[in-house]
Structures are given as structure tokens and as C-alpha cells.
Design a protein around this ligand. Structure first.
Ligand SMILES: [Zn+2]
Ligand SMILES: [Zn+2]
Length: 281
């Protein structure tokens, strides 16, 4: 799953097609010689007569959009010194309807991929270099700088936490025991508000081993961590209010499973630290 940076500006100082792309749920590219040419009918580089009319940067952008952007790739949208959008590709290249996406000159932007744009995304300030490329794959240093800017942005990270809560609902976190379905985690670990608040207090690093999901998994891991409830429900007594700061911790998935491996006895953070030698004496 590649990460792309795209821009939808017309000309050097022109207006931006981003609002229209956003509304239609597409990422699109304008390539004048290919106005009426559906690239699905050709292999990459054909017809050569038309490709020869494009500048190097335009060639690269159109080739990427038509042949390299894949389903489930992530696209970040650049507007000047900001990233203004994030989305996931839901369908690769298609030759769009000539009426649907048209710029102010009446020119149709028919080279498109279908994108599910993230409705919660807030613009982020970041300079990713001034490459003239409209469709640019991000890797190495450029990707690293984008990930750093995103992870420093509290609203972006919170939005990721909230979308994790949605997907956890589907995952269910259930296992079978003697024919009876039981939950792996406690009621508190599944509570969306406690979850969010625990992550706000304790951050995104595993408190047992220091694992950092973004560091290892890059964009896919940004904003992910599991939440562990420190007190067995039986010791809570009459106190029913859980304090996310004192009663909860953030841990990686490996450490979390190990803590809960023996159902009768949930390990403490210190016990697990002892096992893997991360406890400072
Ligand atoms: Zn861990
Ligand atoms: Zn737990």
C-alpha cells in the first residue's frame, strides 16, 4: 500500500480543483494530449505519439495515476505549504465522464482514481519540498517528514483513535471458552471515551516495551495503541468511576495479549517488564 502526495492545481498560480475532487470522491489529472484517450486501452507508454508531447514531470504523474496507484493506497493532498486532505483509493484508474469533472476552462479531467476522502481531516502545515510533480510517491525522507508532521498533530492522531474505535466494534475481541463466548478485554478497555482519554494521558508508546507503531509500520501505524485496564474489576469495590490516568495504561498488542494470556491472573506492567528485561531497578 503506497503513500502518494497529489496536487490538483491548474497551472503555476492557478486555482485548485481539490474542492471538486473532494466532492466527487476522486483524485484526477489533466493531461491535454490525452483529453479523449482512455488509457485502459493502451499499455504503459502507448500511444507514443501522445506521450512524447508531455513534459517529464507530466509523464511521470500520468503514468503513476494510470498504472501505479492501486486500491487501498493512501493519498495526501497538497495545497501550497499545507496538506489539506487524506483519502484511501477504493478503485484504481478509470476514464471518467467528460461532463462530471470540468475545470474553469471547460476542460474535462477524465483521468481519475476513486477515493474515499477522510471527512475528519484537518489541514496540516508542512513543507514537503517544491517538486513540480503532481502525483508523487512518498518514500524515504519525504515520507518520514510527513509522518513526523502528522504524529505531531493532535487532531489528526485523535481522529485516527476514533476511527480505530469504530473498527474495534467490528473486530469484537471475542474468544470461545467452553462453548460460551467471553470477551478478551475488560468492559473498561472497550469503552470509547475511556479509551480516548487514556490515550490522551499516556500517549502512543507501549508502557511495557516502548514499542512505537508509527516507527515500525509507518503511516499504517500512526495513532494506534491498545488500552489496558490496570485493576481487576473485583478490586474496584464500590468505586465505579475509572480514572483513565491512574487506572489505565497504553500497551502494544503483543504485551497486551501476554498480560491477559492466563485468564485467571492478569499480569502487571512491572511483571511483564521484568520478563523482557525492560524494568529499571
Ligand atoms: Zn509492548
Ligand atoms: Zn488489558
Amino acid at each position: 500500500m503506497a503513500i502518494w502526495r497529489m496536487a490538483f492545481r491548474v497551472g503555476d498560480r492557478g486555482y485548485d480543483m481539490w474542492p471538486r475532487c473532494h466532492r466527487l470522491g476522486v483524485a484526477a489529472y489533466r493531461a491535454d494530449p490525452f483529453r479523449d484517450v482512455d488509457l485502459r486501452q493502451y499499455s504503459p507508454g502507448e500511444p507514443t505519439r501522445l506521450w512524447r508531447q508531455l513534459k517529464t514531470t507530466a509523464k511521470s504523474s500520468l503514468r503513476s495515476l494510470a498504472y501505479e496507484v492501486k486500491k487501498w493506497d493512501t493519498i495526501y493532498v497538497k495545497q501550497g505549504t499545507k496538506i489539506v486532505g487524506r483519502g484511501v483509493v477504493t478503485r484504481p484508474y478509470r476514464f471518467g465522464d467528460a461532463q462530471l469533472l470540468v475545470d474553469n476552462e471547460g476542460f474535462p479531467w477524465r483521468h481519475q482514481v476513486k477515493v474515499s476522502w477522510d471527512a475528519r481531516f484537518e489541514p496540516i502545515d508542512i513543507k514537503l519540498g517544491a517538486e513540480p510533480m503532481t502525483v508523487l510517491p512518498l518514500s524515504g525522507d519525504r515520507l518520514h517528514r510527513l509522518l513526523q508532521a502528522l504524529s505531531a498533530d493532535a487532531s489528526f492522531m485523535q481522529a485516527r483513535v476514533r476511527s480505530d474505535i469504530e473498527s474495534l466494534k467490528h473486530e469484537g475481541e471475542l474468544f470461545e471458552e467452553g462453548g460460551k463466548k467471553r470477551r478478551f478485554t475488560s468492559h473498561y478497555e472497550r469503552d470509547p471515551r475511556l479509551r480516548e482519554s487514556a490515550i490522551r494521558h499516556h500517549g502512543y508508546l507501549c508502557s511495557v516495551c516502548g514499542f512505537d507503531f508509527a516507527d515500525v509500520y509507518g503511516e499504517q501505524g500512526l495513532g494506534f495503541i491498545e488500552v489496558h485496564h490496570l485493576r481487576p474489576v473485583s478490586t474496584l469495590g464500590k468505586r465505579t468511576k475509572v480514572d483513565p490516568n491512574r487506572d489505565m495504561a497504553t500497551v502494544c498488542s503483543n504485551c497486551h495479549r501476554m498480560m491477559h494470556r492466563t485468564r485467571e491472573r492478569v499480569l502487571t506492567i512491572d511483571e511483564l517488564k521484568e520478563m523482557i528485561g525492560t524494568r529499571d531497578e
